[in-house]
Design a protein around this ligand. Structure first.
Ligand code: PLP
Length: 362
């Protein structure tokens, strides 16, 4: 069997033990004589899977009781519209920090439904290579929400400090950092994530929403985008992404039982990122593109400074089973996404390969 080191920004690696368990249970889940793929979502046995996944997510992320966990479809991108339609019925105003393409898409989509989708800060001037400094006195005091993209997958930045939004609910896209470190859920009105980076295969979006923010959707909000619909029906208003939820449950079991929880996960992620960043800081060929204080633990973009050398590196890396290292098409260069399932050994071997490449090409 061949397994490569997959540095894709998403969909991305899953823990090997999760894939093995899924394979072992593929034809007969716990004596039911069925694959999870074949089960009715309303069956008793599937009920244990979705309820188990929610209970584990609540436990691992320490989600307070006054938050609902919704298992949805449509990708993180659907939330760009769902969030303004659910939250924007107070003053119809919201604040946005533009830290990359995903935050910008969210702001543009929200502007279609809100009276004001106000940009409080942006790092576009330097290709989103930093998190802008925020001045709370410039925030809209009566906004319905304040929006950030916590970890910027394409550019490799992360908010290490949260904006001080007072009573205005903070909404964060955590698609590329969910489950990578502990997070204080009580500081947020909504946290949401596409699952395909750190949680499961594509097809599942997790929304963690404070209960008081549910039930105020705009009249034009489609039933399927109304959080109330899914909160009232335990994410079973229609057929949920059953198999993806099952894999998410296995991933959560892996984090809880094999890793030992999110504090431990953070330690491992810091170790991996540390290995890569310290090499980038010492190399005379490879350079990180993000200001050191805003570096992400999950996505590490880097360049050689030569398009030709970048292409040669990506090609040779692929030939050596380090795959998906090409940077996002909008920024070029390289990007190593080192999500939870990437083993430390994968990063160590990548750095060794980079050192050898540097020696061969200097
Ligand atoms: C931070 C972030 N937000 C949103 C998205 C869009 O997610 P989806 O493809 O699930 O709509 C992505 C995808 O890579 C992402 O990285």
């Amino acid at each position: 069997m061949k397994r490569v080191y997959n540095f894709s920004a998403g969909p991305s690696m899953l823990p090997q033990s999760v894939l093995e368990k899924a394979a072992a249970e593929m034809l007969d889940y716990e004596g039911s004589g069925q694959s999870v793929m074949e089960m009715s979502h309303r069956s008793k046995i599937y009920g244990t899977i979705i309820e188990g996944a929610e209970a584990l997510l609540r436990e691992v992320m320490n989600i307070p009781d006054n938050y609902k966990v919704l298992f949805l479809q449509g990708g993180a991108s659907t939330q760009f519209a769902a969030i303004p339609m659910n939250l924007g019925t107070g003053t119809g105003k919201a604040d946005f920090v533009l830290t990359g393409q995903w935050a910008t898409k969210a702001q543009k989509e929200a502007a279609r439904y809100l009276k004001s989708a106000n940009v409080v800060a942006s790092s576009k001037d330097k290709t989103f290579s930093y998190i802008p400094k925020l001045d709370p006195s410039t925030f809209t005091k009566d906004a319905d929400y304040f929006y950030i993209c916590m970890n910027n997958t394409i550019y490799g930045t992360v908010f290490h400090e949260l904006p001080e939004t007072g009573d205005v609910p903070l909404v964060a896209d955590i698609s590329s950092c969910i489950l990578s470190t502990p997070i204080d859920v009580s500081k947020f009105g909504i946290l949401y994530a596409g699952a395909q980076k750190n949680m499961a295969p594509a097809g599942l979006t997790i929304v963690i929403v404070r209960e008081d923010l549910i039930g105020h959707a705009m009249d034009i909000c489609p039933t399927m985008l109304n959080f109330q619909t899914h909160a009232d029906n335990g994410s079973m208003f229609n057929t949920p992404p059953c198999y993806t939820i099952y894999i998410a449950k296995l991933v959560l079991e892996w984090i809880k039982n094999e890793i030992g929880g999110l504090a431990k996960m953070q330690e491992i992620n810091e170790k991996k990122a540390g290995i890569l960043y310290s090499f980038l800081d010492s190399s005379s060929m490879f350079k990180g593109t993000v200001v050191p204080e805003d570096r992400s633990l999950m996505n590490v973009p880097f360049i050689t400074g030569s398009d030709e050398l970048d292409a040669k590196f990506v090609k040779e890396a692929t030939e050596n089973d380090f795959v998906n290292l090409k940077g996002h098409r909008s920024v070029g260069g390289m990007r190593a996404s080192i999500y939870n399932a990437m083993p430390v050994e994968g990063v160590e071997k990548l750095v060794q390969f980079m050192k050898e490449f540097e020696a061969r090409n200097s």
